[in-house]
Design a protein around this ligand. Structure first.
Ligand code: UD1
Ligand code: UDP
Length: 356
């Protein structure tokens, strides 16, 4: 089969890498990079670290308003798909690159598969929520990371083509663990020891585009009792500069990290504070308590079992959530067994993946 994957933003390189490893042995695996993320630390570093082959097509779309960015992606993707006429197109997650890929594919009448289907935060003000819902409603094959995602789709009347496969980000993380990248010792190069610091990431539009929310988060990080390692997304760096926000001395601002350094620092942290979807889940996988700097999440299972707490941008809620004791009991297996990519390829190879 000829399978085209469409990616453009940091977490999508990680997801596509897990699939590409399985796909390229058995099928023609073609990658389109929209160019949504273009800084080396948001893009190239993941290709290098995750052994993801360079894109076959790079659309060079870059940053812009939602409409202009999505429109340029649509135009570029349509043209590649018309040349390639693949047997299936894979889109990943919930970014503008996901939605553009889904729309271009569906309008050409080509089979569309959505990796990470069925997630819902039920907050339509998030651009990602619109992207997810619209993509799911265009897709022929819906590849769900969790049982909850399957039931979310059923509530919207989507039952055909739905497959519970597990989470490809868990595949990627386990591979790094198995390859020994996270073994002890390397933390010293950061001047850190296990459990002696927390790690934070912030990049959601709701937090960066509202100066008072961002100020509150930066203040909360500054009040934590230990060093805060804060790799800063370029959007957030710009927003902090624009708002004149200078964090307290315990907050160490870094450039965005490569995947391996990020996992190393997450896995050894006492606590993770984040508004990222992927980082919430990685904290859960590592058994590190998470404080989510939002009022809702598309991963509510991690909250239900106590490993994640929603704290919004409120200074006191953030402090209390970061200070809570570890949850008791085993972490449930919520997101598959680390073989989601193999299951996805089996689904795509089956006679009629759009039926389940
Ligand atoms: C995007 C996704 C978000 C995802 C995140 C992953 C959408 C609507 N948002 O958010 O769902 O969680 O990626 O990290 O698709 N910028 C740079 N260099 C880059 C890329 C961006 O400086 O390489 C700056 C630009 O000022 C740009 C801003 O970051 O305007 C936002 O970039 P954009 O891709 O629009 O959204 P993200 O916040 O990265
Ligand atoms: N990540 C990274 N370096 C960083 C911040 C995040 O490698 O400086 C990784 C993180 O480990 C996770 C993914 O990027 O695998 C999450 O992406 P992001 O937070 O940008 O987007 P989201 O998951 O919220 O869509």
């Amino acid at each position: 089969m000829k399978i085209v994957s469409i990616v453009g933003a940091r977490p999508q390189f990680i997801k596509a890498a897990a699939l590409s490893r399985v796909l390229r042995d058995r099928h023609e695996d073609i990658l389109i990079h929209t160019g949504q993320h273009y800084d080396a630390q948001l893009s190239d570093v993941f290709f290098a670290e995750l052994d993801l082959p360079p894109p076959d097509y790079h659309l060079g779309v870059g940053s812009d308003s939602h409409a202009r960015q999505t429109a340029r992606m649509l135009e570029g993707i349509e043209s590649v798909l018309l040349d390639e006429l693949p047997d299936c197109v894979l889109v990943y997650g919930d970014t503008n690159s996901t939605l553009a890929g889904a729309l271009a594919t569906a309008k050409l009448g080509l089979p569309l598969a959505h990796v990470e289907a069925g997630l819902r935060s039920y907050d339509r003000t998030m651009p990602e929520e619109l992207n997810r819902v619209l993509t799911d409603h265009c897709a022929d094959v819906l590849l769900c990371p969790s049982a909850l995602a399957v039931s979310n789709l059923a509530r919207e009347g989507i039952r055909g083509g739905v497959h519970l496969v597990g989470d490809v980000m868990y595949d990627s993380l386990l591979r790094q663990v198995q390859d020994g990248w996270l073994e002890g010792g390397q933390l010293a190069q950061w001047g850190l020891s296990p459990q002696s610091y927390v790690i934070a990431t912030v990049h959601r539009a709701a937090n960066t585009d509202d100066a008072s929310r961002l100020a509150s988060i930066v203040q909360a990080l500054g009040l934590l009792p230990e060093p805060v390692i804060f790799p800063v997304h370029p959007r957030t760096r710009k927003a902090m500069l624009d708002a004149g926000l200078a964090p307290s001395a315990n907050v160490r601002l870094l450039e965005p990290l490569g995947y391996r350094d990020m996992l190393l620092l997450e896995s050894n942290a006492r606590c993770v504070l984040t508004d990222s979807g992927g980082v919430q889940k990685e904290a859960f996988f590592f058994g590190v308590p998470c404080v989510t700097l939002r009022d809702e999440t598309e991963w509510p299972e991690t909250v239900d079992c106590g490993w994640n707490v929603l704290a919004g941008c409120d200074v006191e809620r953030i402090a209390a959530a970061a200070d809570r004791p570890l949850p008791e009991g085993e972490r449930p297996l919520l997101f598959g067994d680390g073989h989601a990519a193999e299951k996805i390829v089996e689904v795509l190879e089956s006679d009629d993946p759009s039926h389940s």
